[in-house]
Design a protein around this ligand. Sequence first.
Ligand code: A3P
Length: 306
Amino acid sequence: MANSNKKTCLDIEKLPKKRVWRFLDLVRWEGFWFPRSAVPSAMTFRHTFTARNDDVLLASSMKTGTTWLKSLALSCNRRNGGDADDPLAAENPHFLVPTVETAVHTKKSIKIDIYDASSPRLIHTHIPYSLLPDSIKTSSSKIVYIARNPKDTLISWWHFFNSIMPSIPLAKAVDSFCAGVHDFGSFFDHVAEYWIESRKRPEKILFMKYEELKNNPKVEISKMAEFMGKPLGSEDEVEKILWKCSLERLRNLEVNKKGTTYVFVANKTFFRKGEVGDWKNYLTPEMEEKIDRMSREKLEAIGLFL
Ligand code: A3P
């Protein structure tokens, strides 16, 4: 293992690098841009993870509703524990459902070792479909992917990094986003890969949209629970889960007002407005057109409208 780690580090140094935000090196690995610090764990995951048939992998590009998806999936899994059994009340969703490539950077030690945890495992990744471990693709494990409108994703991404790093102008963020030079980018390729695979294997990948979850939460959460093999019972149960995982509730929990998950990221950073169409408050018509052009070329051309 020591040798393979050494080899991985050497290889990373040879990969192309860029910086959009100060302090954050991006590295291009197999056609996608990764935060430099995430590459070793992403490589290890790809080469050493053995999926089990009852694993559920949540997947997303950044700022597309990951926190919500983690909360909902966790609550569907744990719902037999009753009202008192609500881990979300004590911990941030990112701590409870680790993101494989960033879990190693937490201040607190993660309770769940994804390589060792008891079944059924619920894990999350931002890694693109093409770079997932083969065993995830070939086993009967399931993948739930969440996508979001590119313009709202971009604005959410811009706010997120501006709140944890020296800010950059929106025009620069738009250019980087459209060029695919951002964490786990290109966003468009990321979404397209999972979309195409979900069309081929709907029993394997459930492709969800943030906007549909907002507009029709009961139907969407029931669909997701069913897909995960945890069908929900009464309407009351559905409503309880939606309330437990609502932005308002999570934002106001003490742990999310004060705590931190990642080395330098406060839990509260993950809860902003949660609105559909917030981009209208920020983008100029030129910026809008630039992103729409990408959507037409990369997503609408394959039948995906976000
Ligand atoms: P905005 O920045 O548009 O408000 P991610 O979880 O992938 O980092 O995405 C963050 C986005 O999801 C943020 O969007 C955030 O406000 C929103 N969000 C976080 N928790 C949510 C929840 N429980 N319900 C709906 N949206 C949520």
